[in-house]
Design a protein around this ligand. Structure first.
Ligand code: GLC
Ligand code: CA
Length: 562
């Protein structure tokens, strides 16, 4: 496997709207990000991905772009963006923007022109089909945010357009070479500015299985998941390879794909040495226990399931390339509220358990990708009523739960478990009003636990979650262990021992053994042979006697082996 400039870094996702507000309008902004670059450097971050800051009506929080060449005034100006790229580079931090090109906003000029003249040039930029009143829609796919993927084209009773996501996110027609050319021009325009690369949104959806047709319904609404279509579609890699040739490869850009549902044999084509992306996210843990019924039917994830999913991903990428390892992002609940058993975050072992989860994920082979607030152990928030929820996906899932016969209370329980708002509450900087995020009213309420969980409190506490993450990022840069931490082969250790997640990271220079006792009770772990040093420990002590580690509840250690 070829070595790349970004392999040894630690990446960090910023959700700008919730990071830091500098002008009191309650919305985080680019100046807020610029002012925290030193903080990110201090944390050991070498790459940041910004969720979208382009001009947008924010129907899906910026994943609905109305102008790819402008910064939304709520986030700042193009000068701010240029300054951010420049200032980050000075600190050896690469800036990665979100590339949202499966769809644009219905307020984008292209779509407006398509509505004016569906038969003209811009009509071909989208998927527009005829549908006479009373006729069936072109197909029965259910949009990701609920309801059919077809909506009436404004101003035309007999036409409908395709949107796999919200109706304000019309899908772009990638079959049209002119659309592709527009997109490549835009990508290069940004790369010329000195951007390190892109995180590529929802990209698997760009290839549609055509002609449109129905698949078997999977709920009472008579519709089916888009997954059926994705499974049937062929040829996404042709588009992606062309895009990479026209753009990323010319710049040695870093690209990370949001790829679900890839076929195993395609992995090298995505992230191998000559793959179309640098890397992609590992969603194996995220999708555990998901089913067609929706959030309300999703069982909690056990430590054994989590471990097995991580190990499967490690095995499949062995020599192929790097995946990005995450425990959360802006679409997922907080990792500590999800992968730790219920009650852990409020129990006596909360600190140790949060560090264990972070450590087990961070030490896997691949690129560790932190999400803002993860480094201080931010947790899910709580809403009493659906009206308090902003996330359009959660609002849909609430309706789905009610339709399945759940009470309003039960439906809210599932919303609280999975709502995307959980990750989108403002960053908790300190214990002052609104967690130091804004001097105004935050666009989304701050998690009330900010008085206990905030950066300022954790800075001065040597045992804090934050200081533990700093130790992890430092270990990745430590010349003695870097080879094993970044490139070492992953080999599961005692994978059959329940609630133990342990693995080797082997390099020619040294061998690390990562051990996590994934439970509330102590556990004995027989070591394969003697350890040289304890490189990292989430507790004060590490008891090893006669070749056995007496792991305390939620203990996590990294041992350098002889
Ligand atoms: C991706 C984004 C998500 C967005 C969707 C549509 O999954 O991460 O936030 O809603 O694409 O763009
Ligand atoms: Ca602001």
């Amino acid at each position: 496997m070829e070595r790349k400039w970004w392999h040894g870094r630690t990446a960090y996702q910023i959700y700008p709207k919730s990071f830091l507000d500098t002008n009191g309008d309650g919305i985080g902004d680019l100046r807020g990000v610029i002012s925290k670059l030193d903080y990110l450097r201090e944390l050991g971050i070498g790459l940041i991905w910004l969720s979208p800051v382009y001009a947008s009506p924010l129907a899906d929080q910026g994943y609905d772009i109305s102008d790819y060449y402008r910064i939304d005034p709520r986030f700042g100006t193009m000068d701010d963006m240029d300054e951010l790229i420049r200032e980050a580079k000075r600190r050896d931090i690469g800036v990665v923007m979100d590339l949202v090109v499966n769809h644009c906003s219905d307020e984008h000029e292209w779509f407006r022109k398509a509505c004016e003249d569906p038969a003209g040039k811009y009509g071909q930029y989208f998927y527009i089909r005829e549908r006479k009143p009373g006729e069936a829609l072109p197909c029965n796919w259910r949009s990701y945010f609920g309801g059919p993927v077809w909506s009436p084209l404004p101003g035309h009773d007999n036409l409908v357009y395709l949107h796999l996501f919200h109706r304000k996110q019309p899908d772009l027609n990638w079959e049209n070479p002119e659309v592709r050319r527009e997109i490549y021009t835009m990508i290069n325009w940004w790369l010329d500015k000195g951007l390190a690369g892109f995180r590529i949104d929802a990209i698997i959806n760009i290839k549609k299985a055509l002609p449109f047709r129905d698949y078997p319904a999977d709920r009472d609404d008579g519709m089916c998941s888009v997954d059926n279509m994705l499974f049937a579609a062929r040829g996404v890699l042709d588009f992606l390879d062309e895009m990479a040739n026209e753009t990323f490869r010319k710049y040695d850009a870093f690209t990370v794909g949001e790829v679900f549902n890839e076929r195993p044999e395609e992995l090298p084509l995505f992230i191998g040495d000559s793959g179309c992306f640098s890397t992609m996210f590992d969603f194996a843990e995220t999708v555990l226990n998901q089913g067609p019924e929706g959030w309300h039917a999703q069982a909690p994830i056990t430590p054994e399931q989590y471990k097995a999913a991580c190990f499967r991903s490690q095995a499949k990428t062995r020599d192929t390339g790097f995946l990005c390892n995450i425990i959360e992002n802006h679409d997922e609940p907080r990792g500590v509220s999800r992968y730790l058993p219920a009650g852990t975050c409020t129990g006596p072992y909360a600190m140790a358990a949060k560090k264990l989860l972070g450590g087990l994920n961070f030490m896997l082979r691949g690129l560790p990708f932190l999400y803002q607030g993860q480094e201080i152990g931010m947790e899910n928030t709580h809403c009493e009523r659906i009206e308090e929820v902003d996330d359009i996906s959660a609002r849909d899932q609430y309706r789905v739960a009610l339709a399945a016969g759940l009470s309003a209370r039960e439906a809210m329980e599932s919303v609280n478990r999975f709502s995307r708002d959980n990750a989108r509450t403002p960053f908790q900087w300190d214990a002052s009003a609104n967690a130091g995020f804004t001097s105004g009213t935050p666009w989304l309420p701050v998690n009330p636990n900010y008085r206990e969980i905030n950066l300022e409190a954790q800075r001065s506490d040597p045992d804090s979650v934050w200081n533990f993450y700093r130790a992890l990022t430092a270990l990745r840069e430590n010349p003695e262990y870097r080879e094993a931490v970044v490139y070492g082969e992953t080999k599961p250790y005692l994978p059959g021992q329940k609630n133990l997640m342990a693995y080797f990271r082997r390099a020619p220079s040294n061998v690390l053994l990562v051990i996590g006792n994934f439970q509330d009770a102590p556990q004995k772990v027989r070591l394969p042979h003697a350890a040289k040093t304890v490189v990292l420990n989430n507790l004060r002590e590490c008891v090893i006697k006669n070749g056995v580690l007496y792991a305390r509840p939620w203990q996590f250690v990294v041992l350098a082996m002889k």
